[in-house]
Design a protein. Structure first.
Length: 126
């Protein structure tokens, strides 16, 4: 068989953070969910069974956690910082799919969440 796509995934990672435009969002904060699907060459790790040959998802989590700690008005800004940081720390990343959702946003609607979804391809790897 031929390996055609390879991803490391972080699913439904929960954070309490202080992102938002409304004053109560910056004081009380809100709950957020982050989902990541990161394209990364995994073939060597499939053979070696060594963590050094893969994208360490614990290290990715730590980067996301640091970015989520920095308050921003817009989720777009937070998402942009997250993908930029991941790309800078892991140059072998081929793509990133990120969803960042605010749970129960203060918008006067019965909605589970609102957020952003972005898809990036590393143009150096294409």
């Amino acid at each position: 068989m031929k390996l055609t796509e390879e991803y490391v995934i972080l699913k439904d990672v929960r954070f309490h953070a202080f992102h938002g435009v409304m004053p109560q969002e910056t004081k009380v904060g809100a709950d957020f969910i982050v989902n990541l699907r990161i394209g990364y060459p995994l073939e060597q790790a499939m053979e070696s069974d060594e963590v050094g040959d893969t994208l360490n998802y614990a290290e990715v989590y730590d980067l996301v956690k640091q970015e989520m700690k920095q308050p921003s008005k817009l989720l777009e800004h937070v998402a942009g910082r997250i993908v930029q940081t991941i790309g800078q720390h892991f140059p072998l990343v081929t793509s990133i799919d990120l969803t960042l959702m605010k749970q129960n946003p203060p918008m006067g609607a019965d909605v589970e969440g609102a957020g952003v979804e972005i898809h990036l391809i590393n143009d150096k790897s294409v």
